[in-house]
Design a protein around this ligand. Structure first.
Ligand SMILES: [Zn+2]
Length: 290
């Protein structure tokens, strides 16, 4: 059962986040596509469930070639094409369409078309942090969109190396806010004096608070492992995996750290108001008693 759930999860991730032409190898023909996907609806302006269109979307397309219809069971050079469409459950005004090529011989699945296209936008939380490195980040995304893993990897590594000190500053702010991190903060300040991004990521992984570890997963550990891997030994596909992990972890950490700081600041302001009201009440009581 767990295996089935893993496969469904893998197919959802493939549809939602893989760029065009990035290969997903699979065992057995996927006969069931995800019934729904979690995506951002541009009309609702929020994360929504998108339902697969039953009649048209989830069926194999009867694609015709000059010599007749393609048989299910396409070869590498003559893949079977599948068209999937998902529509926002709430407003039905936003949708995602995917064209997939399935090569049964090599057991490879690829997206060959997507509407709207795979986004090259830099997430807002990252925008401020990146500064002059935004150009490298955009280039990394451009390489990813074409499945040029080697290029994407090199650009992401450069971005992470250049922004690691700012990432650690934000981590220190979260630790300060959550209290009890004095020793960790001192160690982070020490490591910031060096130029070694791998060492910085290793220490960040060590002191990363539970509030930044969803389900016990530590994004700094993944970042550290990916930075330590020598990319010259990896092929394009392995580099795509590495680039994809770095992108996911960096985006998650920056977004989550900003949220934690925001939550902390809001709570501190509310708590201060409560305490002020309390001390005013106390002062009033004392005044009346006197
Ligand atoms: Zn919607």
């Amino acid at each position: 059962m767990a295996d089935k759930a893993d496969k469904a999860e893998e197919l959802s991730t493939f549809l939602v986040s893989y760029p065009l032409y990035r290969r997903l190898t699979f065992e057995g023909i996927p006969v069931r596509w995800p019934d729904m996907l979690q995506l951002r609806c541009e009309h609702c302006g929020a994360e929504r469930t998108f339902d697969g269109e039953e009649d048209k979307g989830l069926a194999y397309m009867n694609v015709r070639t000059p010599t007749g219809p393609l048989r299910a069971g396409g070869t590498d050079s003559l893949p079977t094409l599948v068209y999937l469409k998902y529509v926002c459950h709430v407003c039905a005004l936003d949708s995602r369409s995917y064209f997939l090529a399935i090569s049964y011989g090599s057991k490879v699945l690829r997206k060959v078309g997507q509407v709207p296209p795979w986004s090259l936008a830099v997430p807002p939380a990252l925008d401020k942090l990146l500064g002059p490195d935004k150009t490298y980040y955009r280039r990394a995304l451009t390489c990813m969109s074409q499945s040029y893993g080697l290029g994407a990897c090199a650009y992401f590594r450069r971005v992470i190396e250049n922004t690691m000190d700012d990432v650690l500053d934000r981590l220190k702010a979260v630790l300060e806010q959550e209290g009890g991190g004095e020793g960790a903060i001192k160690r982070l300040e020490e490591v910031q004096k060096s130029k070694n991004a791998v060492e910085k990521a290793r220490l960040a992984a060590e002191v990363c608070p539970p509030s930044l570890r969803p389900g016990g997963f530590n994004a700094f550990v993944i970042l550290h492992d990916e930075l330590s891997r020598g990319i010259h030994t990896l092929d394009e596909e392995q580099c795509m995996e590495t680039a994809s992990s770095m992108k996911t972890c960096l985006e998650y950490l920056i977004r989550r750290m900003a949220e934690r700081q925001q939550e902390g600041t809001e709570f501190q302001a509310a708590a201060k108001q409560i305490m002020d009201r309390r001390s005013k009440r106390k002062a009033g009581k004392k005044g009346r008693e006197a």
